[in-house]
Design a protein around this ligand. Structure first.
Ligand code: CU
Length: 140
């Protein structure tokens, strides 16, 4: 039984490591980004790209992650919480219900928002004739 004893300690050490959270990445879904800041680009000619206006258009993150949008387009947009649904022209939420609220998103500007509460956060640009929308999914 010498061999069994030889392999017992590595197994115990591995179990302690996993219990301490070192193996946590294996337990969580693979979709959420592991970095603490995730970048979303507003595409060139975004206003008519519908659900392809943002790159990536749907982002899944863990609670506590910050999303940074950057406007790489040649024009100003808005970035406002919406009701989702229509991938081209989502309905704007009332001001008091907005989690995301950028009334003037100038070109080359950035906007950061940290999401702490799990849920789905659709957003859109609500300028007249602009058809662009995206979504942030926050998982625990
Ligand atoms: Cu726009």
């Amino acid at each position: 039984m010498m061999n069994a004893r030889k392999f017992l300690w590595p197994a115990v050490i591995t179990a302690v490591f996993l219990g301490a959270g070192f193996g946590r990445t294996a337990e969580t879904p693979p979709e959420p980004s592991a970095s603490s800041v995730v970048t979303v680009k507003i595409h060139t000619d975004a206003s008519q790209r519908c659900d392809k206006a943002y790159d990536p258009s749907v982002v899944t993150i863990k609670a506590g992650t910050t999303v940074e949008w950057i406007n790489l387009d040649y024009e100003t947009h808005t970035l406002v919480s919406s009701e989702g649904g229509d991938p081209c022209r989502q309905k704007e939420l009332a001001p008091e219900a907005r989690v995301i609220d950028v009334g003037q998103f100038l070109r080359q500007a950035t906007y950061r928002k940290t999401f702490t509460k799990p849920g789905e956060y659709p957003y859109a640009c609500h300028l007249p004739f602009h058809r662009m929308s995206g979504k942030i999914i926050v998982v625990p």
